[in-house]
Design a protein around this ligand. Structure first.
Ligand code: FAD
Length: 409
């Protein structure tokens, strides 16, 4: 067993995968997580929402696949388990109303060869990674530990331990710290005291709130897919031009839906939530057939109205002692469905560089990693912003449809 110690801050999907890659290489791995263990049913989920359904794509899948390099074909336990709980989405389903008043749906496949992305429950994916880590002898978890300080020259960090009646500070040594502590990263904040970090943060004028389409109460048991009220194999979009509503399928026959709209639209609805159903009827025709008006209002009142942040920074590391991954390095708006996928890809990419050098020369590996990864991270961030226009408006334009038709014929 190596004596190299890797401390991962943040046990979200990205930190957990990074811990797995490090543990598989024989390093001593410690994971410090602000919140309680996600697998404990009393834990308040991230963003205070019941679940976030995400689109998992080939970036994320490849990164998980490569976390199992020694597994024989057919024994890919992590990936098999994660993929078993997903639903393939072959394309978008655009919902609208014709001038005649008739509702329509239009499928737009993502790929001419039928390749799909997958709807996955973020919590479920995260829990599976934690289960795998738990079985590894060289991994230790420290839940309810908040990073409060770090000295990246002396390779020491301080955590507030929130397990007892009064919080206590503990000191932790490390060889490499992986900062996977999300958009409001403390690791990033501490790292900025040691190196000149170019940092760009913006909030877009869009809030999001979660809703649900329930499964059918009665359906043909021999045909489980008949539980879904709309096609389970699509990412559904109600484009509102300036804003939009989307629905992503869940394994239990429900859909997790999200209203993305500017602050003034939210303020209008917050001032009188009784207007929510008529707002939906006007901009997102057909939704009130799927979610009763009183449920729409209740979800709008109950679920938080959350902002969307976009962050770019450079470098992603300091010396050989710390590196930022996932949202800590490049939080992006969700419209390209790539935030978590790109974070998982960070892990795979980082280890291709670390694997080329002995631990004593990781400074070179991290220099090369930043040089390679930052331009890609910035690009996906920009693409994510651009894709909002595509999803909420361009999918409706005749030019877009003509271009798609020509591409596919
Ligand atoms: P996080 O999931 O934020 O995890 C960070 C962890 O660090 C948390 O557990 C936190 O408690 C912990 N932490 C924070 N501070 C500290 C501290 N001081 N000390 C210790 N621990 C700390 N991505 C996709 O790929 N596809 C999608 O379809 C998609 N859809 C999205 C839809 C919405 C509405 C939103 C908001 C995001 C979406 N994303 C999507 C983005 C995705 O959710 C994030 O990119 C992903 O969760 C980032 O993972 P992470 O592990 O880097 O950070």
């Amino acid at each position: 067993m190596s004596s190299t110690k890797v401390v991962v801050v943040g046990a979200g999907p990205v930190g957990s995968l990074a811990a797995l890659y490090a543990a598989q290489r024989g390093f001593d791995v410690e994971i410090y997580e602000l919140r309680n263990d996600l697998r404990d049913p009393t834990t308040v989920p991230l963003n205070f929402t019941k679940s976030i359904n995400l689109a998992l794509s080939v970036r994320g899948i490849t990164a998980m696949q490569q976390a199992e390099p020694n597994s024989a074909e057919g024994e890919r336990k992590l990936l098999d388990h994660v993929l078993a709980a997903t639903i393939p989405m072959r394309g978008r389903m655009i919902h609208g109303k014709k001038v005649t008043g008739e509702l329509y749906e239009e499928g737009q496949d993502y790929d001419v060869h039928g390749r799909t992305i997958f709807a996955v429950d973020r919590g479920g994916l995260n829990k599976r990674l934690l289960d795998v880590l738990e079985s590894m002898p060289n991994v230790k978890f420290f839940f309810n530990h908040k990073l409060t300080g770090a000295d990246f020259r002396k390779r020491k960090a301080w955590f507030e331990q929130r397990t007892g009646s009064a919080p206590q500070e503990i000191e932790v040594d490390f060889d490499l710290m992986v900062g996977a502590d999300g958009a409001h990263s403390s690791v990033r904040y501490q790292m900025m005291k040691f190196t000149r970090v170019d940092y760009e943060q913006s909030y877009i004028d869009t809030l999001w709130c979660e809703f649900q389409i329930q499964a059918k109460a009665q359906y043909d048991l021999a045909q489980p897919m008949s539980r879904f009220r709309i096609s389970p194999n699509h990412l559904h979009i109600w484009p509102g031009k300036e804003f939009m509503y989307i629905a992503i399928p869940s394994e239990d026959g429900t859909f997790t839906c999200t209203l993305f709209a500017p602050g003034d639209k939210y303020a209008y609805l917050e001032s009188n939530p009784a207007n929510v159903p008529s707002f939906f009827d006007h901009y997102f025709p057909g939704v009130t057939d799927l979610i009763p008006a009183e449920e729409l209002i209740a979800s709008f009142n109950r679920n938080p109205h959350l902002p969307l942040i976009s962050i770019k920074c450079k470098p992603h590391h300091y010396s050989s002692s710390v590196v930022l991954l996932g949202d800590a390095a490049h939080a992006m708006v969700p419209f390209y469905g790539q935030g978590m996928n790109a974070g998982l890809e960070d892990v795979r990419t980082l280890f291709t560089f670390l694997d080329r050098f002995p631990a004593s020369e990781w400074g070179h590996a991290l220099d090369e990693y930043t040089a390679y990864r930052v331009p890609d991270a910035h690009s996906i961030n920009d693409l994510a912003l651009q894709n909002y226009t595509e999803m909420r408006a361009s999918v409706l334009s005749p030019t877009y449809r003509l271009r798609k038709f020509l591409e596919e014929s």
